[in-house]
Unconditional design. Structure first.
Lengths: 261, 131
């Protein structure tokens, strides 16, 4: 009796394996067929770098009117809404006073030019970005291929930790649906939705097709964009030949945006 | 056992009520939606989508997910399909370039299947539309 029960169980087990193995193997075979070989690659004319960076020559900017076309170029390209209510404001690149942009560097008796000159502020695409460390969903991340601090809006849950972490105020939250506030929509670029954070993306979508960022293009040479890790690049040449400052350098975030003052 | 009749009647009523959605909707299944292709979709790339139609019907969401990941995270924006043809991975600029009739193409199936993808909250649904 003992013997035959054990035998029965053994047989049952083996036949169960036999019955279930085939469908599983079939499924695996079908899986292989369903995912034919596809390729994903960069476009041929895409601009590449190890760490994109920017040098802003602030000597070229004297009043807010000088910055206006640059800000507008950026905001139009990226469907950034213009919301009057400053609590709901969304901005990718904006104007700042020297003492706000560079609080540690403002002097008691500041020279008149920097005292009154407008300074462009944008995401610094830090080499050590605190926003990426705090993001619970990895919606914002430092892209390894080119050093851009990017947002994956699909993943953003709107917790705003990144806004608290960013020492530069570079991030804006969409408190309301931004679409009604976009005067002229650029149809080749998405908008955002209510409840996500957004910021400058160093024109990742333009670099991918071989174009320089919209702000650099609109700046008449006052903004130079290039690879900080390439000693032969134009930005490195400017950094070699000019005294530059960065925003809140002491925090250790290693901003990639330099200012010639 | 004197309640036998009551119990049986109760069971019958209970089963009838529970099965209400089934017998009420019997034979009323909505027909599968017919999708309209634009002229551009019929002619562009010899009328072929980026992948075979059967694959696209069943797996377009997975494909879009791969595209999103590749574009956003890896900065790779060019898709090479099985026959070696290259496409720009963009929902608004590539998919909707051919399928510019979202209402008759995307929405019909999505409504039928009762899925509500939130693609269009951000992606512009008709890039060709002129205001």
């Amino acid at each position: 009796m003992e013997d035959s029960r054990r035998r029965f169980l053994m047989l049952a087990g083996i036949s169960a394996v036999g019955l279930t193995a085939k469908p599983v193997l079939d499924a695996f075979a079908a899986e292989q067929k369903q995912h034919p070989t596809i390729g994903l690659k960069k476009a041929k004319d895409a601009l590449t770098a190890k760490q994109w960076g920017m040098v802003i020559d602030t000597r070229n900017f004297h009043s807010a009117d000088d910055l206006e076309p640059i800000i507008e170029a950026c905001h139009k390209t990226h469907n950034v809404p213009s919301i009057e209510n400053e609590h709901h404001e969304v901005k990718w690149i904006w104007e700042e006073h020297f003492h706000n942009a560079f609080p540690g560097l403002a002097q008691k008796y500041q020279d008149e030019r920097t005292e009154h000159a407008p300074f462009l502020a944008l995401c610094n695409h830090c080499e050590n970005p605190p926003c990426c460390r705090v993001c619970p969903t990895k919606a914002t991340f430092k892209r390894e291929s080119d050093g851009i601090v990017l947002m994956d809006f699909h993943r953003c849950i709107g917790c705003r930790f990144c806004m608290a972490a960013c020492p530069y105020g570079s991030r804006s939250f969409n408190f309301r649906d931004p679409r009604p506030f976009i005067e002229e929509t650029n149809k080749s670029f998405p908008t955002r939705m209510k409840g996500v954070v957004e910021k400058c993306n160093f024109c990742a979508e333009r670099l991918a097709v071989g174009k320089l960022p919209a702000c650099a293009e609109a700046s008449d040479g006052a903004i130079v964009f290039g690879d900080l890790y390439d000693p032969a690049s134009e930005v490195r040449e400017l950094l070699r030949t000019n005294y530059t400052i960065r925003r809140k350098q002491g925090l250790g975030t290693e901003p990639a945006v330099y200012y010639i003052v | 056992m004197s309640d036998k009749k009551l119990i049986i009647a109760g069971v019958v009523i209970f089963v009838a009520l529970i099965a209400f959605p089934f017998w009420f909707n019997m034979g009323k299944a909505a027909p599968a939606p017919e999708l309209k292709l634009t002229e551009h979709a019929k002619t562009a790339n010899d009328g072929k989508c980026v992948m075979p139609v059967d694959y696209m019907k069943a797996e377009h969401m997975q494909l879009l997910d791969v595209w999103r990941h590749s574009v956003v995270r890896n900065a790779e924006r060019t898709f090479v399909n099985t026959s070696g043809k290259e496409f720009n991975m963009s929902l608004s600029n590539t998919c909707l370039d051919c399928h510019s009739n979202k209402a008759d193409f995307c929405d019909r199936c999505h409504n039928y299947a009762s899925v509500r993808p939130y693609c269009w909250d951000c992606h512009i649904d008709n890039p060709k539309e002129t205001e």
